[in-house]
Design a binder for this molecule. Structure first.
Ligand code: SAM
Length: 210
């Protein structure tokens, strides 16, 4: 598989995200847990560089044109998905609860020359997902962890043949372990799915629909 090459505008925005993530990691490490929880919406909470690159490679390799992201936050993973969408002639629909986060993400994507390849839907992802007909070729699930199973139930009937579903936070943080386990069990026993846990970033469950 040939690695995609990234243009200067993409790399500049990516570097800015990485610098912000590094500052926030230091801040999170310095704060008591209760304060981290209180300030959680200030943070990027990104999938990280290795997971981002893998998502991008999967979009390229699968030629995934109908991409869904559930939990955009400030747009780090969206940037990786959008780069792939542009390369394959596709589009990302990205779901996020907080309008301010999607405004930031939109500005970043514009600077990267990728805003035309993403459509944000602000609101509860469960409601947004109910209104989306699908089918989807590639889906990233990365919202609050108690919603992974409900999201999965709505998503399963909307997967295209050969669709890939990638779920983050399967091995980290520890606080997500019970929800991650519940999600993995559900997906692994779902009709037509094969699934594997990859120790990349925060742990990714990668599942393929037949
Ligand atoms: C871990 S962050 C996503 C990080 C992002 N994928 C990235 O790598 O940059 C989770 C996001 O899910 C959003 N979220 C939580 N519950 C949601 C819901 N019910 N509907 C839509 N978004 C939700 C949060 O606001 C938060 O921004």
């Amino acid at each position: 598989m040939a690695a995609p090459t990234y243009d200067a505008a993409f790399l500049a925005v990516l570097a800015e995200y990485e610098a912000r993530a590094e500052r926030e990691d230091a801040l999170i490490a310095s704060l008591p847990e209760a304060q981290v929880r209180q300030r959680i919406d200030e943070m990027l909470l990104p999938v990280g560089a290795a997971a981002g690159q893998l998502l991008n490679l999967l979009v390229h390799e699968r030629q995934a044109r109908r991409i869904l992201e559930v939990g955009s936050s400030y747009g780090y993973s969206t940037l990786w998905l959008a780069e792939g969408a542009r390369a394959v002639g596709g589009k990302v629909i990205s779901l996020e609860l907080q309008r301010a986060k999607t405004e930031y993400a939109t500005a970043q994507l514009r600077r990267a020359g990728l805003a035309d390849y993403v459509e944000f839907r602000v609101g509860d992802a469960l409601g947004s997902l109910q209104a989306l007909p699908g089918p989807f070729d590639l889906v990233l699930i990365d919202l609050w962890k108690d919603l992974y199973v409900p999201v999965w139930e709505l998503l399963h009937p909307k997967l295209a043949p050969g669709a890939l579903v990638i779920a983050d936070n399967m091995t980290y943080p520890e606080s997500a372990a019970a929800h991650a386990q519940a999600y993995r069990e559900r997906v692994q026993h779902a009709r037509g799915m094969s699934s594997v846990l990859l120790p990349i970033g925060n742990g990714l469950e990668i599942s393929r629909y037949q």
